[in-house]
Design a protein around this ligand. Structure first.
Ligand code: ATP
Length: 355
């Protein structure tokens, strides 16, 4: 097993596109590390460079203690799973699973034992004698995962491996991947553009934007204190409300009069925005303590929660997450207040977290 160190990784394609812009990542031994970001942010290129499928323009990649820049994929001791599972169509599951081991010249007895073990772990035993065309999409993806696992590599690299599965299967296989990684303790780098997937899987998450790393942190750190306005807008559904604020008399005052607790060390002379999660706001009866007058624009009942869009006279409407027991209707006059806590504050010109 091994950690992965990426140092100042840079990739410029021949057409001039800079896909990866001096990225540094330090992935721990046994860590499940997620690279998260919108389409085109450079996740896949970074992962392919780790795998040796793409040659970086500059920068270093180390797997374990080995500098792998000049090693071909087969000598890097990693296994990759892509969003399109490529099983050999003419081989039964058992032979698809055995393939990487036979390619390494392992003795047939060991091949049989390891295939049986991985089939048990991934619950594929009853599918061992079927060819891919007789497997469902989810089953094919489980076989593809199992085929990556069977080799016991130093690290797994996964590029959106669940993309082709329907929502329910995605959740199941996601849980399976998480358990397997914990059980095997093998370093895993997992690429996704789906923040829910990233947050639920990762020990730590790197958020990428335009080829650069915007933030690395645990899911909780990334959720509570996004490092930039980009991260604030990307994480959370609905995302943070970004409310223009001014520091006045020891408080943060938003347009519309909403009062927030100021974090320490706020700069005085800059234009600031506070990031307020929808669950950190509350809709109440009008005139209640510490509220500002507001109007419900719309209410979206999702079963386990209600999302209110509320106009409180600020620059833009805010979103408020309330329990399903809340009973406010569109157009109703209400009170809006901050439920507490200290929001992260951003400088609008640099778009970075300032306090
Ligand atoms: P997605 O989630 O859509 O796969 P990504 O975050 O994985 O996106 P990459 O595939 O790494 O992003 O692409 C990063 C940038 O590099 C994009 O602007 C993309 O258009 C560009 N790019 C990728 N491959 C090439 C190539 N072979 N030649 C030129 N540009 C490329």
């Amino acid at each position: 097993m091994a950690g992965i160190e990426v140092t100042s990784l840079h990739k410029k394609y021949p057409d001039g596109t800079v896909a990866v812009d001096h990225v540094d990542l330090s992935i721990g031994d046994g860590e499940l590390f997620v690279m998260l970001g919108p389409s085109g942010c450079g996740k896949t290129t970074t992962l392919r460079a780790m795998a040796g499928l793409e040659r970086q323009t500059s920068g270093d990649i180390r797997i374990g203690r080995t500098l792998v820049n000049d090693l071909p994929p087969a000598e890097r001791d990693i296994a990759m799973v892509f969003q399109f599972y490529a099983l050999y169509p003419h081989l039964r599951t058992r032979d698809n699973l055995a393939f990487p081991l036979r390619a390494e010249g392992k003795p047939e007895k060991e091949v049989r034992e390891r295939v049986a073990e991985v089939a048990r772990m991934m619950q594929l035993e009853r599918l061992l004698d079927r060819k891919p065309q007789r497997l469902s999409g989810g089953e094919q993806q489980r076989v593809a995962l199992a085929r990556a696992l069977v080799r016991r590599p130093q690290a797994f690299l996964m590029d959106e491996p669940l993309t082709n599965l329907d929502a329910e299967l995605r959740a199941d296989v996601r849980t399976e991947i998480k358990h397997l990684q914990a059980e095997l303790g093998t370093t895993m780098v997992y690429v996704t553009h789906d923040q829910v997937e990233g947050m639920s899987l990762g020990h730590r998450i790197a958020i990428l934007n335009k080829g650069r790393v915007e933030q690395v942190g645990t899911p909780l750190e990334v959720y509570d204190r996004p490092a930039s306005l980009f991260c604030a807008a990307f994480i959370g559904s609905p995302p943070m409300n970004l409310i223009e604020v001014q520091v006045a008399e020891g408080a943060l005052r938003g347009a519309g009069g909403l009062v927030l607790a100021p974090p320490d060390g706020l700069p005085r002379d800059r234009s600031l925005v506070a990031g307020v999660r929808p669950e950190a706001l509350e809709v109440t009866a009008p005139g209640a303590d510490r509220t500002v007058p507001a109007r419900v624009v719309s209410a979206e009942a999702l079963g386990d929660e209600i999302i209110y869009v509320v106009d409180h006279g600020g620059d833009s409407d805010v979103r408020v997450r309330m329990p399903p027991t809340a009973r406010f209707a569109a157009e109703e006059q209400v009170g809006l207040r901050h439920a507490g806590g200290t929001p992260p504050v951003y400088d609008t010109s640099t778009e970075e977290l300032v306090a």
